[in-house]
Design a protein around this ligand. Structure first.
Ligand code: 0RA
Length: 694
């Protein structure tokens, strides 16, 4: 968990955002001077262009790698890794080794062909062009470039170079070992021959530059998540991770059965209905792979990739897939007379319930709706995915009638449940749990009606709720106590979740409704009339508070409630998280009493020890809070609720880590009790740290 630095700060408004420009100390004139000193040889027009490019990256890292903090730092790693993965896509590399070194530098070594070192135009090596020119990537060299290429924003390894104190590229090619060193992106040596090579390959080694980045320490969880993802998507590839300082973290990633194995791992905690079904087709320079498996629970997981990049917003591959699933299952059900003549067809939501699917494409020149590649828009992909899945699934259903029957039954149950859910949601609106203004009786609302000023504290337990009521600022702070654990919304059907008192209170207090999606829009069909078809929206405009603060105990139960709430928000109110309205309160764990009057509060043992060692007076007493309920209103106010001195942590959902999030949800919420229990007990704290950005 990234704990904010100081107790007297209010980090919530900055969390996760790009550092302000003032933080980057880089004056352009100085830069050009220092560059001029470093560059050897002629000061040509090309040189100047390169320098300006590197300077721009250092001046505004956010423009190139997302931000100048943690995200940008890991983006630098991704750019390098994706170069190696591209070499795998081209068919020349089957091993990538990533090492986190003792000094904080990182290296990525592949056994591909090695970046060419021959002289390019104007006496500059091809290597130097790749390392110092924006967007150079694999474009150079006729015939040497890639057919298929990933790369997140296509900014290339030159950005990693520009944002590093130093970077060294070592290449094995033509029996020789070549090396060039750069500092802040600028070559400080020629390409030198430093030895004899046995094989071929490229090793990139760099130290992130703290002068232009606010974060320089790599997080092995994030690094490993990407390696794991790449390994699932490229079955022939072996990736290794080594952390020199923490050898326990070393891990090798290799999945011989690729996305089929990914499906099995995603569904590990669920009860599958069928063995994973796998479809594969290569046509017109495009390769499509699809793996699907139904499980007995109700949630849908569709992970879509093109050229090893995840598309959280789907796109043509996903819509082709969904159309085919819906069409074929309806056709089959009609043919077998499982849907009668007068009965309605299944919607896509009906046939997708309980489905886990991975769609992975490799194609030349994919097009996306934006630079971040979150949605694929290449039109031809839709038809290809549609026909591949359509043909494959039809054959499968005909050859496996027992499984087919279960799949159709499941869609039918989903269809009925959706109708029930619509009625239940209607009932929530009229429920007698609400007072005359439609608000739950348990809610202690605030006076203000301006959502931008209003905060809702969701508090674990009645007694903590009482303290919170006493501690709050009545004008802007509302308190909703939750009794016990809210329903496990992942496992429960939506209609059941909506019968749960705590969930009803929560929905009513927030005032923005809940998303029950029929899936018609995803299929490109007209959205249905809300009243007739139960298509309900989550409406951010109607939200009554722009800060929703989860305040739970710092124990395993508290962690569990926190995860359940986040799961509920993630599944049914995703815009809430995307808008950055969800926060976690950070109540202290320790109070250190100094004499009779002074109290210090500490978030964790480390902070406690730091405070104690700084105390001048010797007599002090340390108490550990067992729960929020133990704190009185004043303590709660001072430490946790008052914006003057509290710490809040914003919950940020990072789309790049969706695979991990899905894995976590399935483990935590799946049907099988055993893996879940083990996971919660061992990782309850870790889980939230790992999957939600604080
Ligand atoms: C283009 C051409 C060739 C190699 C590469 C790119 C290449 C780039 C990277 C980046 C990281 N690892 C890499 N490995 C290879 C060589 C073409 C040839 O040898 O004919």
């Amino acid at each position: 968990m990234a704990t904010p630095e100081k107790f007297d700060e209010q980090p919530e408004d900055d969390m996760g955002q790009q550092g302000s420009e003032e933080e980057v100390h880089f004056e352009s004139e100085e830069a050009t001077e220092s560059i001029a000193k470093k560059v050897e040889g002629d000061y040509t027009a090309e040189n100047i262009q390169v320098l300006e490019g590197l300077e721009a990256v250092r001046h505004r890292p956010g423009m190139y790698v997302g931000d100048n903090g943690k995200k940008g730092l890991h983006h630098m790693f991704r750019e390098v890794l994706d170069n190696g993965v591209d070499e795998t896509l081209a068919g020349y590399c089957d091993r990538i080794d990533v090492v986190l070194h003792e000094d904080g530098s990182m290296s990525v070594e592949d056994n591909g062909r090695g970046i060419p070192v021959d002289m390019h135009e104007k006496g500059v090596s091809a290597l130097q062009i790749v390392m110092t020119t924006l967007h150079a990537g694999g474009k150079f060299g006729d015939g040497g470039g890639y057919k298929v290429s990933g790369g997140l924003h296509g900014v290339g390894v030159s950005c990693t170079n520009a944002l590093s104190s130093w970077m060294e590229t070592t290449i094995q090619r033509d029996g020789k070992v070549y090396r060039q060193r750069y500092e802040q992106g600028i070559p400080v040596t020629e390409v030198e021959v430093v030895g004899k090579a046995k094989g071929t390959g490229t090793r990139q080694h760099w130290l992130p530059d703290g002068d232009v980045l606010t974060a320089t320490v790599y997080d092995s969880t994030i690094v490993k998540a990407r390696l794991r993802e790449v390994a699932y998507l490229n079955p022939g590839l072996t990736l290794t991770f080594a952390n020199i300082k923490v050898p326990e973290e070393d891990e090798t990633f290799h999945y011989e059965r690729g996305i089929v194995q990914l499906i099995e791992d995603l569904n590990e905690a669920y009860e599958p209905i069928n063995e994973p079904i796998y479809f594969h087709r290569v046509r017109e320079g495009m390769e499509v792979e699809v793996a699907i498996q139904y499980q007995t629970a109700y949630n849908t997981t569709i992970l879509a990739y093109s050229n090893n990049i995840h598309q959280p917003d789907g796109g043509t591959h996903v819509s082709g897939f969904m159309t085919a699933m819906t069409r074929v299952i309806n056709q089959y059900a009609r043919k077998m007379n499982l849907i009668k003549e007068k009965e309605k067809n299944f919607t896509s939501d009906d046939v997708l319930e309980g489905l886990t699917a991975v769609i992975a494409l490799k194609l030349e020149n994919p097009s996306y709706n934006s630079q971040d590649k979150v949605k694929l828009v290449t039109p031809e992909v839709q038809g290809l995915t549609n026909s591949l899945v359509g043909d494959g699934l039809q054959t499968y259903l005909e050859e496996n009638p027992k499984v087919a029957k279960r799949i159709v039954d499941k869609a039918m149950i989903a269809q009925r449940a959706r109708e029930e859910a619509r009625k239940a949601a209607e009932a929530v609106k009229r429920s007698n749990a609400m007072d005359s203004f439609g608000l739950p009786g348990k809610l202690s609302d605030c006076v203000s009606r301006d959502p931008q000023l209003c905060e809702l504290f969701i508090v674990e337990g009645e007694s903590a709720g009482g303290s919170a009521k006493g501690a709050r600022d009545r004008v802007t702070q509302a308190v909703l106590p939750l009794r016990g654990k809210i329903l496990n919304v992942e496992r429960a059907r939506l209609d059941k979740a909506l019968e749960n008192e705590e969930i009803k209170n929560l929905i009513a207090a927030l005032g923005a409704g809940i998303a029950i999606n029929t899936g018609r829009e995803e299929q490109g069909e007209e959205p249905l009339d809300e009243k007739k078809n139960g298509h309900q929206h989550f409406d951010l405009e109607k939200l009554r508070y722009h800060k929703i603060i989860i305040m739970t105990d710092a124990d395993v139960d508290g962690e569990h409630i926190r995860t359940l709430l986040l799961t509920f928000f993630y599944r049914y109110m995703k815009p809430l998280i995307e808008a950055g309205y969800v926060y976690l309160a950070q109540p202290p764990l320790y109070v250190i009493k100094e004499g009779n009057t002074t109290r210090h509060y500490a978030m964790d043992a480390e902070e406690r020890d730091r405070i104690i060692s700084g105390l001048k007076r010797r007599n002090h007493e340390v108490t550990r809070f067992k729960g929020l309920g133990e704190m009185n209103a004043e303590e709660l106010e001072v430490t946790t609720m008052n914006p003057e001195n509290r710490r809040l942590v914003k919950v940020e959902f990072d789309g790049e880590r969706d695979l991990q999030v899905e894995m976590m949800f399935s483990r935590l919420m799946g049907d099988k009790v055993e893996p879940r229990r083990e996971f919660i007990e061992r990782h309850a704290k870790e889980v939230t740290d790992l999957d939600w950005h604080y």
